[in-house]
Write a protein that binds this ligand. Sequence first.
Ligand code: GUN
Length: 292
Amino acid sequence: MAKIIDGKAYAEGLRGRIGKAVAALMSEHGLTPGLAVVLVGEDPASKVYVANKAKQTVEVGMNSWEHKLPADTPEKDLLALVEKLNNDPAVHGILVQLPLPGHIDSTKVLTAISPAKDVDGFHVVNVGKLSTGQDSLVPCTPVGSVMLAKDVLGKLDGLEAVVIGRSNIVGKPVAQLLLAENCTVTIAHSKTKDLPAVVRRADLVIAAVGRPEMVKGDWLKPGATVIDVGINRIERDGKGKLVGDCDYASCEKVAGAITPVPGGVGPMTIACLLYNTVKAACAAKGIPQPEM
Ligand code: GUN
């Protein structure tokens, strides 16, 4: 049976270390990192995420601002708000919650965020820096996924890593991070031929495809580490249930270690957002980044 990777506990520990770093920044430098989150519309899942982000931001001692705009907000008004936040020295991190309503060009909005405040790491400048090995703000879920993998495996040097999914939010950035950790990285996706055979090569599997329970236990190399990024809501036995992209019941019998859903990668995302906000605040003030 696989070791269960407790992302909830790891994220709690990380938030504790962030809280200590924030307190030290305040007492030693008079700096309180601040995160502004922008939500456009009424998407129920997004409202929950944004509320959790705000709550955890305050819990670690940082400033938090929530900007809730109606679903029919014109693109130019959202761009004007982003510009205002770019120019506000108390705001060190800006996150515009995705997905945005259809009439708004998400790329245009993400590109309008100052790269120095882009705590999502979605701006092309940060994407380019990550892929060229420069220090940058890196997307939160990939950072959290690699932290968990390193917690279990120690060094990742030389491991065969297979990333399933090629999104800009997870698949591509996590592949870059694994490459920087000296893994041999394969990015698989919906057009990959014989996906089970590709996955079977992996010492480390990152499943970020958004298909409930797609990866089966007999796709895995025995002892592989499985990081399941999927969060899929399904109906089972007449009840709503959250499941990952991996079929947990069969995978836990073959894997060496596996993240559960919920309680695996999910809690890491907000913790890493707080981490990025501290990083952005220190960079803005020219202060070395504290240990977290
Ligand atoms: N929607 C779902 N996940 C995310 C995320 O990590 N960042 C943003 N901005 N929106 C999201």
